[in-house]
Design a protein around this ligand. Structure first.
Ligand code: ADP
Ligand code: MG
Length: 810
């Protein structure tokens, strides 16, 4: 006999602690015991135990109706019994190793990590069908949650049935027969209770008639309709009213995701058995004090209630526990990555170089905003620490992130370290190079230099050198730069991903800045890290990421936000235009060009592929050039063009040789064109809010009033909502939250983020729960940094399961 008494003992102990008020388990002890005892009884071979088992009325104790004193006695009796059972179990293990042990070993092999074929009733062909849904082990099956529940808990007598609601009746079959309905063989029945009769039909199911002889007592759940003025149930859920627990009717009934060959009744029945039998064997990996503090259900209970909830409250509590688990494990994962990164290698503490910074900041033609100052302080505090900085800097387009990064790069250089500044495109790298060079020339004295290399004296004891390393430069030049970099002659290297390619060896990389984070994957981030002896790392993004997502996706980074734009920034007038307004939009654009401004036109979003997208863009460009703006200078930009070609077009646009830039949405024109004042977006309803905001951010960067025109043919409801929102809201973070709300996190970045464990129960909009999970994860690491304490053993095991690649857990 191998029966797990642990769950029962825990529950009884809890019951004891709570003062015998029948609150230890959702649904009450009686119900729990029916399940537990039904399963236990099969495995008790010893007749003596069996008889005691019966005497204790474990199968049906009617605990709910006992007095407090009786409850206390009963609970203690059962606890004693369990202890004895366990003692016997141990003795048996020692005394009689042979046949018994063999049986134990087989059962030990049947853990919840066994393939689902160990479950009675799951054949290998059924298993294949489940495999198709990603369900391989018993555990997978336990975590195979219904996507929703039908509420059939509302019991009605037949005379009180109302149309249109989900209701349940318990009734006797008067007569059931096969019949033709709509040309198909079907079943029709008349059922009744003490208040009346009602007709029930099951379309396309003639066999049912035979299963329902007269006087069968059955439970029927579904919506009631009207036929010829009388109530009728059409193809409702049904089951026989036996002593067994209801599965299909009369309660919250789970609706499972199905695949071909899996029928819902079959899955439901099967899942009921699986949950009753196996859920109690899932080990609860959360430390008890955490569960108590956060008021979370026990894991077996949560799993059981997630499938077959007692009521709505039970379902909610189950979801809360399971969602907490997901977020908590996720946070433990990301935080441990951060810890590894920060603690496995010592970082290089920098001196803050206050006077150099003061000189630099004084040389700027403006004062830092309060937000910039705050963030710079945060950076400096990180840089002074002996462990590498790992920080995400968020700030709207134009909020002035570059200045802050430049200040940090200066500090690195002054400390004798090199700095790297990585941008997603060549043109952006060039722009940074130009901007940073300009900033430095205000404080330092430029000593020659040129397209790829500038050097400034008067700032540091040695001349400060800045280099641009991009794919576009000649091989000879590149090699020369690489040599200088590895010799340590260059202080600040600005470039694209060319920076992380082979051949680039830094002499002493101390700070890596990554701009526009969302285009770089985690691997690229770490490739850059490998280049240095654990450099400080600053990741910058202009995509406002809602806090919940930031904590989840970039939980390994600390978060800084520049939440303020430099003074005097204009509001970009944003308008959603109907198709009939197209001509006036073009006329407006033309007037802007006539007064010396420039414009962007973003082509409609085409789903199929980049090739088709490029074709569509070419067609649009030709149409506009020929039919609409034949007298203006248009340029075209799409993703299929060679990088050099793209850069050429961008440069022409920037220098004012082009009036209008027609571009596909894939090409994010992430560049400063202060003279551009019009952004016209086609099929604007098909873009996410954050993307629309990014497009809009391309204009309004100069002094002139700027405009964003949104064309939309026939927007869907959600599209309409988005257009309304973008018209009204200018703030990127507010928009990001709205975007998350409207689109869900999966689509937030356009593609699914890889490397993230599945979130089935948790929603990223659960801000409160996410923050709770994070603070609990931090608390746990404070108490047990390596999670090696015995009480965290189960948790470590669970982490190894959900973050297998992390490795260090097991
Ligand atoms: P981001 O990288 O955050 O999009 P940038 O750093 O490129 O923004 O700054 C955008 C523009 O604003 C630049 O021309 C920069 O010189 C200017 N700028 C930055 N900080 C300030 C400030 N505090 N006051 C005025 N202008 C600023
Ligand atoms: Mg920038």
């Amino acid at each position: 006999m191998s029966i797990n008494v642990e769950p029962l003992r825990k529950i009884l102990e809890l019951e004891c602690k709570k003062g015998y008020v029948d609150s230890a388990v959702i649904g009450g002890l009686d119900r729990f015991l029916r399940n537990w005892a039904g399963q236990a009884i099969e495995s008790i071979a010893n007749p003596q135990f069996l008889s005691r088992f019966h005497k204790l009325h474990l199968v049906n104790p009617q605990y709910a109706s006992l007095t407090k004193q009786q409850r206390k006695e009963w609970v203690n009796g059962v606890l004693n019994f369990l202890a004895e059972m366990e003692r016997m179990e141990e003795k048996k293990g020692e005394a009689k190793p042979s046949p018994r042990v063999k049986r134990q070993i087989t059962t030990a092999h049947q853990s919840i990590d066994s393939p689902i074929t160990v479950i009675r009733g799951i054949s290998s062909s059924l298993a294949t069908k489940f495999n198709r849904l990603g369900v391989k082990t018993v555990r997978d099956l336990l975590y195979f949650f219904p996507h929703r529940h039908l509420d059939y808990s509302q019991r009605k007598s037949i005379s009180r049935l109302t149309e249109g609601e989900e209701q349940t009746i318990i009734a006797n079959v008067w007569q059931a027969q096969e019949t033709m309905l709509g040309g198909r063989r079907s079943t029709e029945a008349i059922v009744g209770d003490e208040t009346g009769n009602v007709r029930v039909v099951w379309f396309n199911n003639p066999y049912l008639a035979k299963k329902l002889p007269t006087n069968t007592r059955m439970v029927i759940s579904g919506k009631v309709g009207l036929f010829n003025g009388r109530h009728v149930f059409e193809s409702p859920e049904w089951e026989l009213a036996e002593d067994k627990e209801l599965v299909h009717t009369g309660r919250l009934v789970p609706i499972y995701p199905l695949t071909q060959g899996l029928r819902s009744r079959q899955v439901r029945r099967l899942m009921k058995g699986v949950v009753d039998q196996w859920a109690w064997q899932v080990e609860d990996f959360l430390p008890p004090e955490l569960k108590e503090r956060c008021n979370l259900l026990e894991l077996p209970q949560a799993i059981s209630q997630a499938h077959y909830p007692e009521d709505e409250a039970g379902k909610d509590k189950a979801r809360l526990r399971l969602a907490f688990d997901e977020l908590f494990l996720l946070q433990l994962g990301v935080l441990s990555k951060k810890r590894d990164w920060q603690e496995s290698q010592p970082g290089s503490p920098f001196r803050a170089e206050t006077s150099l910074l003061e000189t630099f900041l004084k040389s700027l033609p403006f004062e830092l905003t309060a937000a910039q100052q705050k963030v710079l302080k945060e950076l400096l505090a990180d840089l002074e620490k002996p462990r590498p900085m790992s920080r995400l800097l968020q700030g709207e387009v134009g909020s002035g992130k570059t200045i802050v990064a430049t200040a940090a790069l200066l500090v690195a250089a002054a400390n004798g370290y090199q700095g790297a500044f990585m941008a997603p495109t060549e043109i952006l790298a060039e722009q940074h190079f130009t901007n940073i060079s300009q900033l430095l020339s205000r404080v330092g004295h430029q000593e020659g230099g040129g397209d790829y290399l500038n050097s400034y004296s008067g700032l540091l004891p040695h001349p400060l050198t800045v280099a641009l390393l991009i794919g576009d430069i000649s091989q000879v030049k590149k090699q020369e730069l690489q040599q200088h970099i590895s010799a340590g002659d260059i202080d600040i290297v600005i470039g694209t991903h060319a920076l992380i390619q082979k051949g680039v060896e830094f002499h002493k990389l101390g700070l890596a800045v990554v701009d526009e984070q969302h285009r770089f994957g985690v691997t690229q981030r770490s490739a850059l890290r490998q280049k240095g002896f654990s450099p400080h790392m600053l990741v910058m993004t202009a995509t406002p990421i809602p806090r919940t997502l930031a904590l989840t996706l970039y939980g390994d980074l600390d978060l800084s936000v520049i939440d303020q734009l430099p003074p005097g920034r204009q509001v970009i007038k944003t308008k959603w235009l109907k198709p009939v307004q197209r001509d006036s939009a073009y006329a407006f654009l033309r007037r802007q060009v006539a007064s010396g401004r420039q414009a962007f036109i973003i082509c409609p979003f085409v789903e199929e592929s980049e090739v088709i997208q490029a074709k569509a863009a070419v067609a649009e460009y030709e149409r506009l050039s020929r039919e609409v703006f034949p007298d203006l200078r248009l340029g075209l930009l799409h993703g299929r063009m060679p990088a050099a070609e793209k850069d050429k077009i961008m440069r022409r646009f920037r220098s004012g040789e082009l009036d209008i830039l027609v571009s596909t949405p894939v090409v994010e024109v992430g560049i400063d064109i202060p003279n551009a004042t019009v952004m016209l977006i086609e099929s604007a309803d098909r873009f996410g809010l954050s993307q629309l905001h990014q497009f809009r951010g391309r204009v309004g960067r100069g002094q002139e009033q700027s405009y964003c025109m949104l064309m939309a043919q026939n927007p869907s409801e959600v599209g309409r909502q988005r257009l309304d929102i973008i018209e009204k809201i200018q703030d990127g973070f507010e928009l990001a939250e709205e975007d998350l709300r409207l689109r869900g996190p999966g689509e937030f970045f356009g593609t699914r983020q890889s490397g993230l464990p599945d979130l089935r129960m948790a929603k990223l909009s659960d801000v409160g729960l996410l923050e709770l999970a994070r603070s609990e994860a931090i608390r746990l690491f404070e108490k047990d940094a390596t999670l090696e304490k015995p009480e965290h053993h189960l948790l470590t095991k669970e982490l190894a399961r959900v973050w297998p690649e992390a490795g260090e857990w097991s």
